[in-house]
Design a protein around this ligand. Structure first.
Ligand code: ATP
Ligand code: MG
Length: 183
């Protein structure tokens, strides 16, 4: 029953990711933009990982600009981006570690970064991990669940918002992903 449950969960996630990507391609241009506080969305999204973090003794530390940081964007899609980034940061972190989420504002740009001190990404894979279905093929990472669609969704949603995604990662040291929004 556990195996069936795990497989069901895996297929449900895969189907949802495929549907999301498909929608981004067909209806993606139709962003449902509103003004909202991205700091609040970050706090809410982080709280959905409470259970997983507890199980791995991972702490999420948030350094968020002032109290609020308003963006004009599609809230549902941005929530998905934050979810995918936090999901990776937790999944590829070791037990007893800390994940840093930071927002800042500089020269009319808004920065959101998610930083972990997990397994990191080998140099040779860095420019491929945003591709659909691409996963680092190393024994340590292929025991982790996933279909390799999370980051392609991140990239796609960012592009639709005119935002860029910056990646910094060193194997065995950790990974930082920064999304930069125009204001
Ligand atoms: P899914 O997100 O669809 O559940 P996934 O997490 O494997 O599956 P992506 O989120 O697209 O897929 O990430 C692609 C690959 O990039 C991962 O399989 C992993 O090898 C690598 N990766 C992504 N984020 C990190 C991270 N924070 N630390 C280390 N490796 C990462
Ligand atoms: Mg992922």
């Amino acid at each position: 029953i556990t195996i069936v449950l795990n497989e069901t969960e895996r297929l449900t996630k895969l189907t949802n990711s495929l549907l999301t990507l498909n929608n981004l391609n067909t209806k993606g241009m139709l962003l449902d933009k509103t003004d909202f506080d991205i700091n609040q969305v970050i706090r809410n999204t982080a709280s959905t990982f409470e259970g997983t973090c507890h199980n791995k003794s991972i702490a999420i530390e948030m350094i968020l600009t002032g109290n609020e940081m308003y963006v004009h964007a599609d809230m549902g899609k941005i929530q998905q981006v934050l979810y995918n980034l936090m999901d990776n940061a937790i999944k590829f972190s070791h037990h007893d570690s800390v994940i840093h989420i930071e927002t800042s504002e500089k020269k009319n740009k808004l920065f959101v970064s998610v930083k972990d001190t997990g397994i990191g990404i080998p140099k040779e894979d860095l420019d491929r991990i945003f591709e659909r279905f691409y996963r680092v093929d190393k024994s340590h990472s292929n025991q982790k669940k996933g279909s390799g669609l999370g980051l392609s969704i991140v990239k796609h949603v960012a592009e639709l918002h005119g935002a860029t995604v910056e990646l910094e990662s060193t194997e065995h040291i950790g990974t930082t992903i920064r999304v930069v929004f125009p204001q």
